[in-house]
Design a protein around this ligand. Structure first.
Ligand SMILES: C[S@@+](CC[C@H](N)C(=O)[O-])C[C@H]1O[C@@H](n2cnc3c(N)ncnc32)[C@H](O)[C@@H]1O
Length: 315
């Protein structure tokens, strides 16, 4: 009988699926993250982005408008305060190159991660809430597969971010933080009182965790934001931008100018303010009530928000 031929099969190396989410019980928790952060495009050395002159021209107007698309999360029961993917994509494509690393310290539902995937950028996002991290991972999973970049959501306090990232690895910090404790109260929604309104009388705050910036007074919040952004300076590259989206708000008949508090605080902490862009949200607001008429002129807080553009100064 002939001896059976032994066929040597090549060892099949199974490609490990990249980790999409790191939670408090993960092995990667509070360890250095392996994520790309260098350019993969062939743009000129001093270019700040990969935009063509025509695309650049469109970004020169200081007032921007965006619509939502099917992938955007607008259900306030899933997350109470999301920004559109199109806004996130515009910021990412203005202030980074393909392959570079984007950081969102308050990632919420993961809009920044979805936009980074669309734009072929690596990205990492942090949030305190496990359910938001799971939501981020689900959204990344559904994003483009044929992409050389990686997006990761990490369940941790933004105060711990520097433990995960090498120095000067981040090209852009882009985020919409909580607005102090201004959402931590029952919604009055004056304009919509007489209609179906699921938000009316509800508190739309992310959590009552004492680390959550949405539980803090405006003074405590400003200092906490200053501490967090100062701790991020070493991981941000020189001339790397840091764009923060905030509105101002009304509280006890006072205009709370969150944007002024943040500009002053971040300047004290080593950032330079480069620009202020207005996100005009009038196309997203419908059915306006007659606020204040006829004795007290106020504008609706939700009709515009600020995009505060800082950078880490050159060396
Ligand atoms: C305005 S939301 C971000 C929404 C996001 N841009 C989106 O499109 O879904 C702010 C997020 O900050 C998170 N947060 C609050 N305090 C935090 C902290 N200390 N560290 C990390 N995340 C925090 C909240 O859980 C919330 O999801």
């Amino acid at each position: 009988m002939q001896a059976a031929l032994k066929i040597k099969h090549p060892k099949v190396v199974k490609k490990k699926a990249p980790v999409l989410a790191i939670k408090e019980n993960s092995a990667e928790y509070r360890t250095k993250l392996h994520i790309g952060h260098t350019r993969t495009c062939d743009c000129g050395e001093t270019n700040i982005n990969c935009l063509t002159a025509k695309e650049w021209l469109k970004s020169q107007i200081g007032v921007w408008r965006f619509g939502y698309e099917g992938r955007d999360i607008r259900d306030k029961k899933i997350h109470p305060a999301t920004f559109p993917i199109s806004l996130s994509k515009k910021i990412i494509e203005l202030f980074s190159h393909q392959g570079e690393l984007v950081l969102d310290p308050f990632v919420g539902s993961g809009t920044t991660l979805v936009a980074a995937n669309d734009s072929n950028r690596n990205a990492v996002g942090f949030d305190l809430q496990e359910n938001y991290i799971k939501l981020c991972a689900d959204r990344i999973k559904q994003s483009e597969l044929f992409n050389s970049t990686r997006q990761v959501a990490i369940q941790d306090d933004a105060r711990n971010i520097s433990q995960y990232l090498p120095e000067e690895s981040v090209k852009l910090i882009w985020t919409s933080p909580p607005y102090a404790n201004l959402l931590n109260r029952k919604r009055k929604n004056k304009s919509r009182r007489n209609r179906d309104n699921e938000q009316l009388g509800k508190v739309e705050q992310y959590s009552q965790d004492s680390r959550d910036l949405g539980t803090m007074s405006i003074e405590g919040y400003t200092t906490a934001m200053g501490d967090i952004f100062e701790s991020l300076l070493p991981v941000l590259r020189h001339k790397g931008h840091c764009v923060i989206n905030v509105p101002d708000m009304w509280w006890e008949n006072q205009r709370i100018t969150i944007h002024v508090s943040l500009i002053q605080e971040l300047r004290k902490r080593g950032y330079e303010l480069r620009n202020i862009i207005i996100w005009d949200r009038t196309n997203l607001v419908n059915q306006i009530g007659i606020f204040g008429w006829p004795s007290n002129y106020i504008t609706m807080g939700v009709t515009f928000e600020y995009l505060l553009d800082f950078w880490k100064p050159p060396k």
